[in-house]
Ligand binder design. Structure first.
Ligand SMILES: [Fe+2]
Length: 347
């Protein structure tokens, strides 16, 4: 019999994974494939096990989650997928590794614009794509994304790679709101205002503001909390204290947000337990624990974020359905290439 190397790889990884299940209790278990770091989700999973007696097994992956489940096929042990970003949730749906969930409890807890119309994915927490502004050099406390293309910011803005999914989400939302032509003009304007070639992570942009290389940057809201509380790399606290968080478009449509979310795996062997876990994760109580852990916002209106996050001020999320943003991602990516965004400022 011919057995491919890839298959052997998959089988041995599956064996490793199943070894985690030995401790499963009589109440059963649920298998989670996660792009989120285990320590971020463990407190939640512990609370779930305490409440239900259902054991949880986590397989953490930093890439190739969809391909992994595809390769495992009908025998995949995956029950629930946990990930961040609408792009990855959409990838999972389009890769055929999810199945729809129509569940009253979950749908009541998660606002419509934060879930897939067909029930293939659900948002749990949200993060704003905000503007980091120099406390020293930027007087204004209000801003819009549109304004970032205003020549008054020439040479003042830093961002990471235009093709990064965080930027693609924002650019896709600009296309959804303004149409492709206007979005192109805007993105060209933003590119011309860059202080340097797009580079680094969101945190590097805060560092660049701290170093005086730029006055404004695009970044996700939770990184500010992560920098403020970073004991391992305390210099990040200084980067955070050099910036203030501006929530773009607070006076009109609201700030672009993305989500962390969950999906039911296509062939979930423990489907009942998986649904129980998904109901648990969608509850306001769980959203609060999760959001506090990761410095994000619970998607359920009225559930408060952590004190650190509250210190940034209130967020008004753009209610454009995330599915619509997902639908414009490809166009956004093409636009980034078309305007030569990653080449940086021209003169
Ligand atoms: Fe991130």
């Amino acid at each position: 019999m011919h057995v491919s190397k890839a298959l052997i790889g998959t089988l041995s990884m599956a064996a490793t994974f199943l070894a985690f299940s030995v401790a499963a209790r009589a109440e059963g278990e649920v298998n989670i494939y996660s792009y989120r770091q285990p320590d971020l989700i463990q407190p939640l999973l512990d609370a779930f096990t305490k409440e239900t007696g259902i054991a949880t097994n986590v397989l953490f992956l930093d890439k190739g989650l969809v391909e992994r489940i595809q390769a495992e096929g009908a025998n995949s042990p995956a029950d629930v997928i946990l990930t961040v970003d609408i792009s990855r949730l959409t990838e999972a749906k389009e890769g055929g590794v999810t199945q729809p969930v129509v569940n009253e409890t979950i749908n009541k807890d998660i606002p419509e614009h934060f879930r897939d119309p067909d029930g293939n994915w659900f948002g749990l927490t949200s993060r704003g794509r905000v503007v980091y502004a120099s406390r020293e050099r930027v007087a204004q406390d209000d801003i819009t994304y549109e304004e970032l293309a205003d020549p008054k910011w020439k040479g003042k803005i830093c961002t990471r790679d235009g093709q990064h999914s965080y930027n693609i989400g924002l650019f896709a939302s600009m296309i959804a709101h303004h149409g492709e032509a206007e979005a192109e003009t805007w993105l060209t304007g933003l590119k011309n205002n860059l202080a340097r070639k797009p580079d680094g992570s969101d945190r590097s942009q805060a560092k660049a503001i701290f170093a005086g290389e730029c006055d404004l940057a695009l970044g996700n809201s939770y990184y500010v909390g992560l920098m403020m509380t970073n004991e391992r790399e305390p210099e990040q606290k200084e980067w955070a204290s050099a910036i203030k968080v501006l929530f773009p478009n607070a006076q009109d449509r609201g700030t672009h947000v993305n989500i962390s979310g969950m999906a039911l795996a296509k062939n979930a062997p423990n489907k009942d337990n998986a649904i129980k876990l998904m109901e648990f994760l969608s509850s306001g109580e769980a959203q609060k624990i999760y959001a506090e852990q990761v410095f994000e916002y619970p998607v359920m209106p009225g559930v408060e974020p952590s004190e650190v996050v509250k210190s940034f001020g209130p967020i008004k999320p753009d209610t454009l359905p995330l599915a619509e943003i997902a639908a414009n991602r490809k166009k956004a990516s093409e636009l980034v290439d078309k305007v030569g965004y990653n080449e940086g400022p021209q003169d």
